[in-house]
Design a protein around this ligand. Sequence first.
Ligand code: HEM
Length: 203
Amino acid sequence: MAHTSSSIHPRWVRAWHWLNALAIGVMVTSGWKIFNASPLFAWYFPPEITLGGWLGGALQWHFAAMWLLVVNLLVYLGFSIITGRLRHTLITGLLRNLVSDVRAFLRGQLSHANPLQYNAIQKLAYLGVLGLIALVILSGLVLWKSVQFGLLRDLLGGYETARWIHFGAMSGIVLFVVIHLAMVALVPRTLLAMLGLEHTGEQ
Ligand code: HEM
């Protein structure tokens, strides 16, 4: 029998993941610059961590990366559903293992060292951030063209509410990324898998 070994994550998942990280990075930092032009709060984001130079420039970055984010998400969801990966990797076992995995987490014994098999909390976090990305896109459409997306605007509770939803979803995504990066730093092996540098060794 021929010996083959396959990548832990399929090529399209890795391509999606890094394009998504790029799009999120541009969207968030240019979004902070746009926020500074009309802040929801009494504070603003330090200009050093924002992208675009000025409001007009930030809007250009935001609209450019928006297409990458949307098309990339649709491609990922399409492939994930058609290949069964969404169910297999992120859904199956989620509810069954949730209680025991939360217990293990509280005892400090939860492992996330197996890139082939996510634990229930990882599954929940990944599904959650995908949901937040969808929400940030939908609320963003309302802020972009509120007249054309009038039905969506009404469903989201109006323009002002959509603005808060957009900000809240962004905050959730940023929180995810901070925890996500901390977990990757704790288990660097998972990074090799997402870079395609580690293989299953299955025959
Ligand atoms: C430079 C920043 C990032 C690094 C280094 C990174 C790293 C990784 C790694 C190593 C994995 C595999 C997890 C594992 O096997 O335990 C992963 C999966 C994942 N990451 Fe990231 N990530 C980054 C940014 C992001 C961003 C910005 C998002 C979304 C907001 C994101 C969403 C996800 C999701 C949803 C998965 C699961 C994908 C799947 O298996 O279908 N990541 N990431």
